[in-house]
Design a protein around this ligand. Structure first.
Ligand SMILES: *[C@@H]1O[C@H](CO)[C@@H](O)[C@H](O)[C@H]1NC(C)=O
Ligand SMILES: *[C@@H]1O[C@H](CO)[C@@H](O)[C@H](O)[C@H]1NC(C)=O
Ligand SMILES: *[C@@H]1O[C@H](CO)[C@@H](O)[C@H](O)[C@H]1NC(C)=O
Ligand SMILES: *[C@@H]1O[C@H](CO)[C@@H](O)[C@H](O)[C@H]1NC(C)=O
Ligand SMILES: *[C@@H]1O[C@H](CO)[C@@H](O)[C@H](O)[C@H]1NC(C)=O
Ligand SMILES: *[C@@H]1O[C@H](CO)[C@@H](O)[C@H](O)[C@H]1NC(C)=O
Ligand SMILES: *[C@@H]1O[C@H](CO)[C@@H](O)[C@H](O)[C@H]1NC(C)=O
Length: 722
């Protein structure tokens, strides 16, 4: 083994003349220039493994720093440093650690905070920059003075750069750092920054200990008061922070004071969390494999806070989640009298499926915050509750794997990204305004639209999220995390989590589902979801449009049973049933020749897409198809029963063409029925439920409704372009 820390030119000589000697004899080869005996040791104080600490360690390990953690497991007595003075405990621990290192002249010690700090570069870079600074000790600098403003005049003036000392980062040769910290004889809750400041401001010590500040952020970037001067700098390998005022690339990024949220944002990228070339670099860290574990027990808290469309679909998705049902305990808070019948039906159908099932109804008159506290408390109090999964009834989880995926991601708090279809409205915020409300982060749109895919640390989440049971029992331990001042419950929870330093993540690594709109949900109809076509078009289509409808266009899934009569699926069974129910519920059928109801219900279907796409079918039908862009004036449901109106004699329609959808099933609901086109001597005697005929209304297509001989037959008819 050869000691490579000889003079650079000698290595160069060897490389040129004896490359094989280098290869065979040298196990470690440091780049030229980094070649001296100086070593870097990082010292940090952390009494708990907070999320911030784990992030710090992750970045440190990524760059192969040598780290020594001081105080782990010790009680923190340093005060609430974020809000007031304190932190003396850190100096005491550093003083103890330095005692054994004081005589190592080649050792450079970097003492940094850890909960709110991320490395953006490696140890070689720090050492190089430190040596270039040509001092024995270098403190990080900031533009704001703290904690004693009266000391301002004692600070040396700087021509450009930050003038004041920040104790979140200090780097120096071990003997010199030791000479500073050995002066500590105060209490754990005295202020560390004031202690260092006083030493620095003493002109004699400043000179004898050869101290300075990193005025231009070559090494240390404190974010407080400086958010506007930093930008992300994306590279192909990793991401850095650039200080645009000094044009430097700081290595130690410190989210001091109120800049934690911004640091979290930066931490979604630096050093290797996400970049354009490689995407997410940390998403697979610490994941668990559920196939290896026995499935953990999850308490699912369901919240129905307002009249919510498609609730039965919501319940159905819950029941069909791909997760062992005996591991799921259900808690539902239903705040709406309107939904009590839906709730009752769901409970009867599935109470035996789940491990347990508890419902709190509107009669309890709970506020939203109280109800959410109650659900969370059920998990907290139950040592067997491994996870608490909170979901609001307006979240349509289309991904059956959602719960598994979230558990496998293994974070304290994680939410699946869901958004309104085609909208930017989602269940998280990327930033907060000064007063704690929504602010748009630079990356918000890219995340919602999945142009950036990963697991993102965020300041606010709502609607659906998973929290570990142990976090409820050890960290989020209050009974009323959902109640805080006048905040919405989710804002209150998010603020509590932020203040406790628990990271909230949102993942868009998979598609999970969507948020539906509960606005404009008029519950005064019999089947109120039928009216949701404009408010929630995707859910409406899923529920009411025949599953094979789109195949009309993609696979020519239509038939022509008689000349110029096209036959294709339109409505789902559910749509047919609800339309009939809706008509019967309305009750009064017109007394005219045939029983007719409705004007509005079919209108939604009369958009041009199924007309125009018939264009390709044959030239003669092009015009016919395109005229579907036309205007549907007469939309109604006809009811045929023997004894009342059982048939319709031959007639033309007052339309350019007609759409005629069978709403129930021959042989099941009625006998007979059908439609006969006289000119072609052609009948369709077996109408299919949910399928539509489309035929010209006048001249060529004289037609009659064949008699219904038993039961009741319903059809929905639209006259297009009368
Ligand atoms: C850290 O060390 C590992 C193993 O020696 C190495 O593969 C990796 O490239 C190093 N990382 C950096 C950023 O130097
Ligand atoms: C600090 O030390 C360096 C050498 O390490 C020396 O060049 C420089 O002049 C010293 N500065 C002061 C202010 O003493
Ligand atoms: C429900 O609670 C609210 C506020 O807590 C209260 O004003 C209201 O009177 C309560 N209603 C009933 C029916 O108890
Ligand atoms: C809800 O629907 C009913 C019945 O169609 C109607 O009378 C009422 O005006 C609607 N309410 C709203 C707020 O649109
Ligand atoms: C949809 O079409 C497929 C064949 O393409 C058929 O097997 C299936 O039964 C159809 N679904 C319905 C609901 O009719
Ligand atoms: C109509 O078709 C039926 C069989 O489908 C046939 O028996 C009858 O003769 C046809 N009538 C005419 C007028 O073509
Ligand atoms: C009419 O339908 C009812 C019930 O669907 C059935 O009981 C009866 O036998 C049917 N009558 C005829 C003549 O098919």
């Amino acid at each position: 083994d050869c000691e490579l820390c000889i003079m650079d030119y000698f290595i160069l000589l060897l490389l040129l003349t004896e490359p094989d000697f280098i290869k065979t004899h040298c196990t470690a080869f440091k780049p030229l220039g980094a070649c001296n005996n100086t070593k870097l040791l990082v010292l940090t104080v952390a009494t708990q493994e907070t999320d911030g600490f784990l992030r710090f360690m992750q970045s440190a390990n990524y760059f192969n720093y040598t780290i020594k953690v001081l105080g782990m497991g010790e009680e923190w007595r340093g005060g609430d440093v974020g809000r007031s003075i304190g932190g003396g405990q850190k100096v005491r621990l550093l003083k103890q650690a330095m005692e054994g290192l004081a005589d190592q002249e080649d050792l450079v010690v970097l003492s940094v905070d850890s909960y709110d700090l991320i490395f953006a570069g490696g140890p070689d870079e720090i050492l190089r920059k430190f040596q270039e600074a040509n001092h024995k000790v270098l403190f990080s600098a900031e533009g704001l003075i703290w904690p004693d403003k009266r000391l301002q005049d004692k600070y040396p003036a700087v021509r450009s750069g930050k003038r004041f000392l920040n104790s979140g980062g200090v780097i120096g040769y071990a003997p010199f750092v030791n000479q500073i910290v050995e002066q500590w004889n105060l209490h754990d809750n005295d202020d560390d920054q004031l202690f260092y400041t006083k030493i620095y401001l003493d002109p004699q010590q400043r000179e004898s200990l050869n101290m300075s500040l990193d005025h231009k952020c070559h090494i240390f970037q404190n974010l407080n008061g400086a958010i506007d001067e930093v930008l992300l700098k994306f590279g192909t390998e990793r991401v850095r922070v650039r200080n645009t005022v000094f044009d430097t690339l700081p290595v130690v990024i410190h989210g001091n004071a109120n800049t934690k949220i911004y640091l979290n944002y930066l931490g979604n990228y630096i050093p290797n969390a996400w970049n354009y070339e490689r995407g997410c670099g940390v998403c697979n860290h610490n994941m668990v494999d559920l196939s290896q574990l026995k499935y953990p027990t999850v308490l699912v808290g369901v919240f129905i806070q307002q009249p919510t469309p498609f609730l039965s679909e919501f319940f159905h998705r819950l029941v069909t989640l791909d997760y062992p049902k005996d591991k799921l305990k259900i808690f539902v808070h239903n705040n709406e009298v309107y939904h009590e019948r839906h709730m009752q039906r769901f409970w009867e159908e599935s109470k035996d499926i789940f491990n347990s099932f508890k419902v709190v109804g509107p009669e309890e008159n709970l506020s939203q915050g109280e109800a959410r506290n109650m659900g969370m408390e059920l998990c907290r109090q139950d040592p067997g509750c491994d996870h608490y999964f909170s979901i609001d009834a307006d979240v349509m989880l289309t991904n059956k794997q959602t719960l598994k995926i979230l558990i496998e991601q293994n974070r304290k708090i994680i939410a699946p990204l869901v958004s309104r279809h085609g909208k930017l409205w989602s269940n998280f915020w990327g930033a907060l305004s000064l007063d704690g409300y929504y602010a748009r982060s630079e990356d918000y749109i890219d995340i919602v639209q999945s142009k950036r895919v990963g697991v993102w640390n965020i300041p606010y989440m709502a609607h659906v999220y998973l929290i570990k049971g142990e976090v409820l029992r050890n960290e989020l331990t209050e009974r009323n995390h959902f109640v805080l001042e006048k905040l919405d419950p989710d804002m209150a929870l998010s603020r509590h989590a932020r203040e406790l330093g628990i990271f909230m993540y949102i993942t868009n690594r998979h598609e999970f589902g969507r948020l539906i709109s509960t606005a404009n949900f008029n519950t005064s109809h019999y089947n109120s979801d039928l009216w949701q076509i404009f408010e929630n078009p995707v859910d409406w289509k899923e529920k009411y449009i025949h599953p094979n409808y789109t195949q009309i266009f993609t696979e020519n899934y239509l038939e022509q049973p008689c000349p110029d009569v096209f036959w294709f699926p339109v409505f789902s069974e559910r749509a047919c049933d609800e339309l009939v129910e809706e008509m019967e519920h309305f009750g009064s059928w017109s007394g005219g020749q045939h029983e007719v109801r409705g004007q509005h219900t079919l209108r939604p279907l009369m958009n041009c897409d199924f007309g125009c796409s018939l264009q390709g079918y044959s030239v003669t039908h092009c015009d016919l198809g395109c005229s579907l862009q036309g205007y549907a004036v007469m939309n109604f449901v006809v009811k045929y029963t023997p004894g009342r109106q059982s048939y319709l004699r031959p007639h033309h329609d007052s339309s350019t063409f007609t759409i005629n959808v069978a709403l129930n099933s021959k042989g099941i609901d009625f006998q007979g029925g059908g439609c006969r086109f006289h000119r072609y001597n052609c009948s369709i005697e077996s109408p299919r439920k949910g399928w539509s005929f489309m035929h010209p209304g006048r001249l060529t297509h004289l037609h009659e409704g064949l008699p219904t001989t038993n039961g009741t037959r319903y059809i929905a008819v639209s006259f297009i372009d009368p």
